[in-house]
Design a protein around this ligand. Structure first.
Ligand SMILES: NC(=O)c1ccc[n+]([C@@H]2O[C@H](COP(=O)([O-])OP(=O)(O)OC[C@H]3O[C@@H](n4cnc5c(N)ncnc54)[C@H](OP(=O)(O)O)[C@@H]3O)[C@@H](O)[C@H]2O)c1
Length: 236
């Protein structure tokens, strides 16, 4: 058991598979209570976690999720839900634009916004809170076929940074987790495909998030950038 996570209540979006599900497993194993949301949660079970239906693009769905999380006494939110799509600029349709931007940027905004009053009430009661946003190593650089996805991740990074500035006034510590290539279901792929053998495992990213959530209250982890060793070295 991780002493820093024992008794913590963490809300995780995009929790049905990939990084989010690995994070739910790691958090519950460390003694945290987890409120986990995704669109398809039927049959997804982890002891110590409550799975709720959540579409981060839908305000009513987000509100219902946030109310359950606040009622459980949530002290940390991990905005992990995200989708990827890669194509040249001329092939980006308005529908794809809305799907990616609404999930990655609007979704992060809606879920965070819904929980800010709760975090402010915690601050008034002398308690701190945390938000971890799972963006990407490409939240600050781009590449061919990456316009739509990286625009969404640049946007999510901007939201993260602004929230960090604002949240300092109400005891909110904000962390951006920027991962390179991870072997998940991302962008319509399947875990275990041969070209992904040496990529990060979802558990590697979950461990980074766990670290950000585990440090003492005097420590704020602003950003974690991690890559599989096979990926080209790239900053920022
Ligand atoms: N895999 C990578 O290489 C990589 C690298 C850097 C960053 N990331 C980021 O990591 C995060 C997790 O991705 P992943 O790799 O774990 O992909 P994944 O295996 O496809 O999982 C994505 C998760 O997001 C959920 N989700 C998608 N749209 C949603 C919505 N509208 N409302 C609620 N949940 C939604 C999915 O659940 P439902 O479909 O059931 O809703 C699923 O649980 C994303 O933000 C992604 O951009 C991934």
């Amino acid at each position: 058991m991780n002493a820093e996570l024992q008794g913590r209540v963490v809300a995780v979006t995009g929790a049905s598979k990939g990084i989010g599900l690995a994070l739910v497993r790691a958090l519950t194993a460390a003694g945290a209570q987890v409120i986990a949301g995704a669109r398809s949660v039927d049959g997804v079970q982890v002891q110590g976690a409550t799975f709720l239906p959540l579409d981060v693009t839908d305000e009513a769905s987000v509100q219902a999720f946030a109310e359950r999380a606040a009622a459980a006494g949530v002290d940390a939110l991990v905005n992990n839900a995200g989708v990827g799509a890669f194509m040249p600029v001329q092939d980006i349709t308005p529908d794809e634009y809305h799907r990616v931007m609404d999930t990655n940027v609007k979704g992060t905004l809606l879920v965070t916004r819904a929980l800010i009053p709760h975090f402010q009430a915690r601050h008034a009661a002398g308690q701190g809170s945390q938000v971890v946003n799972v963006t990407s190593d490409v939240s600050a650089r781009t590449f061919a076929n990456g316009a739509l996805y990286t625009a969404s991740k640049y946007g999510q990074r901007a939201v993260t940074h602004a929230l960090a500035h604002e949240g300092q006034g109400y005891g909110l510590r904000v962390t951006e987790v920027r991962s390179g290539m991870v072997d998940t279901y991302f962008a319509g792929s399947q875990p275990g495909e041969s070209h992904k053998a040496d990529w990060l495992k979802p558990e590697d990213v979950a461990d980074a998030i766990l670290y950000a959530l585990s440090v003492p209250a005097r420590v704020r982890i602003d950003e974690i950038l991690l890559h599989p060793t096979v990926q080209e070295v790239a900053y920022p």
